[in-house]
Design a protein around this ligand. Structure first.
Ligand SMILES: Nc1nc2c(ncn2[C@@H]2O[C@H](COP(=O)(O)OP(=O)(O)OP(=O)(O)O)[C@@H](O)[C@H]2O)c(=O)[nH]1
Ligand SMILES: [Mg+2]
Length: 443
């Protein structure tokens, strides 16, 4: 079962703005007519009902969205880059490189996981009363990129838990049409198996969660990965063998599984559950009834006595399941926006609100004196905020430097330099390029 995948994604870069002037036969000096660059394409993850696992990502692990077109003269704007859609099966949890998590449960639900870069403005946009022939245009910004961790968590209404060999698969085979392998040894089942319990008016999806042993929550055995699948169930059936062949104590076995559930996630401990004392056929009927009475008095959950061999108690179990699992199934609940994590829930239509994650534009920048030469101070200005400004301009363009100075001034950087003793004409290293900055000059 391919229930995990790591993929790399990159949204498209924005197109560059154009630096262009109108050329007309009879107009000696045309005005600026450079169009804007288009927006880079976003990367979106969509929940697709026709998929069952994450196998497709073994063949393809890189996804790139189109870049935006460059602007052109005659005020032609670049086209926006096309969105790249990544399809995942229902139940997929997506974690972005920055830790943001999205739960994709309802078919059609979409989330934007990487935003395309904005397009650069063409020189037409910089025209104003003081600058009628702007010789600068912005560059498009890169799109967001990073690694996505995908994890598929089954959407089951009921989880069957219990120690290996407890009889989970046998029970699933008896109450649903699933045909899991049954064996007289532990770890017969190596991955979760789903079955559907039908009644006249509803269906419950039941998952056999194998491999839980002491230490499963810390990664021992197979159970750790599968515990994640239990997270979304709405009711657990805890199978406890009354007369384990290895002579272990049913009470201790019960406690072991409960502890692992709790350690994995305290929320699991608060899920409603049924305790099914199983393989009742291996005990004398009176011993079975006595155990039932004793367990019922001791644990806080309803207790049933069942046997997959004889069918004893199975009709009662079926009834209890149908009665206790809330009417709306996991899928409905998810579609109504109450998914396991309550994140990125879908709207009423069943289609997700388009959750757009915009990282706050980084504000950090630094100003420092780096040395002295020829009697003048040298400075360095850096940080993500500065990098973003640098990325925008092609400083070969005549007006770009003055415009960039304006932006640095707007950010408070020129004032910070001056407060440190900066004199107009000092050399300033801005993002790796050294300028003789003269911010007094008109912009
Ligand atoms: N006598 C009796 N044996 C049972 C019953 N249910 C299961 N068994 C036997 O118990 C053994 C284990 O059953 P499974 O259903 O494979 O148990 P499991 O919990 O799925 O085990 P793993 O997949 O290994 O975790 C098999 O030999 C079954 O035939 C029952 O009600 N009565
Ligand atoms: Mg099994």
């Amino acid at each position: 079962m391919f229930d995990r995948a790591t993929i790399e994604i990159r949204a498209g870069a924005g197109g560059n703005g154009s630096l262009s002037f109108r050329r007309e036969a009879h107009v000696p000096k045309g005005g600026p007519d450079g169009g804007d660059g288009g927006r880079g394409g976003d990367v979106v993850v969509r929940c697709d009902d026709s998929l069952r696992d994450l196998q497709a990502f073994r063949r393809r692990a890189h996804f790139r969205a189109d870049r935006g077109g460059h602007g052109e003269g005659n005020l032609r704007h670049g086209r926006d880059g096309q969105v790249t859609v990544i399809a995942v099966p229902p139940g997929t949890q997506v974690q972005r490189w920055d830790g943001t998590r999205y739960d994709l449960v309802a078919p059609g639900q979409e989330v934007e996981v990487a935003q395309g870069g904005s397009g650069g403005r063409g020189n037409k946009r910089f025209a104003g009363p003081t600058r009628q022939a702007p010789r600068l245009a912005e560059r498009g910004l890169p799109g967001e990129e990073g690694v996505l961790e995908l994890q598929l968590k089954l959407l089951a209404d009921v989880g069957l838990v219990g120690l290996p060999n407890a009889g989970k698969s046998s029970l699933l085979a008896r109450i649903t049409r699933a045909t899991p392998k049954v064996g007289a040894y532990p770890f017969t089942t190596l991955e979760p198996v789903l079955g559907t319990l039908h009644s006249d008016d509803r269906q419950l999806v039941i998952a056999d969660i194998p491999g839980l042993i002491e230490g499963a929550s810390t990664g021992l055995g197979l159970g750790h990965d599968f515990l994640a699948h239990v997270e979304r169930t709405r009711l657990l059936v805890h199978l406890v063998e009354l007369a384990p062949a290895d002579g272990s104590s049913p009470e201790a076995n019960h406690a072991t599984i409960e502890r692992e559930l709790e350690l994995h996630d305290p929320r699991l401990a608060s899920l409603p559950r049924l305790v099914a004392l199983c393989k009742a056929d291996l005990l004398a009927p009176e011993a079975g009834e006595a155990a039932l009475a004793e367990w019922s008095a001791r644990v806080d959950h309803p207790v049933l006595l069942v046997s997959s061999a004889t069918g004893k108690g199975l009709e009662g179990l079926r009834r209890e399941l149908l009665r206790r699992v809330p009417l709306e199934s996991v899928r409905d609940a998810a579609a109504a926006g109450v998914g396991a994590d309550g994140e990125a829930g879908a709207g009423e239509s069943g289609v997700a609100e388009y959750r757009v994650f915009r990282p706050a534009a980084p504000r950090e920048w630094t100003v420092e004196r780096t040395g002295r030469s020829d009697g003048r101070d040298q400075w360095r200005v850096g940080g993500p905020a500065v990098d973003r400004v640098i990325a925008r301009y092609d400083l070969e363009q005549e007006d770009a430097l003055a415009h960039m100075e304006g932006r640095l001034r707007g950010m408070g950087i020129i004032a910070a330099l001056e407060a440190e003793g900066f004199q107009p004409g000092d050399d300033v290293d801005i993002g790796g390029v050294v300028f003789e900055l003269d911010p007094g000059a008109p912009i």
